[in-house]
Design a protein. Structure first.
Length: 103
């Protein structure tokens, strides 16, 4: 019975730590997404101002805008991929440790 409680406590401690690390990592990468989305929005505002003041050069202005929707989707995917990889690595690293409590 005592061994079962120790194993259960060990598994709960590891799950707790894993959940905390995963939650922190997700929060970090969600904030990265917010920042990139903010930059994208500001970029769109700036380029729209340029186009409204120079409508005859609208196609050239569009060409100059490297931070278009396609680039935004690419960056979004990269951030999510990096975040998911970080979570997988953290979970893998946690398997290498034994977590004990002292009461």
């Amino acid at each position: 019975m005592c061994i079962n409680l120790l194993v259960k406590g060990f598994m709960e401690a590891k799950k707790f730590l894993s959940d905390k690390v995963n939650g922190s990592t997700k929060s970090l990468f969600k904030n990265f997404l917010v920042l990139v989305e903010d930059l994208h929005a500001e970029n769109e505002i700036s380029f729209n101002k340029l186009k409204s003041h120079l409508p005859e050069h609208s196609s050239i202005i569009d060409q100059a805008n490297y931070f278009d929707e396609k680039k935004m989707q690419y960056l979004r995917k990269k951030i999510l991929d990096i975040g998911n990889e970080s979570i997988r690595e953290s979970n893998s690293d946690l398997e290498k440790f034994t977590i004990n409590f002292k009461f």
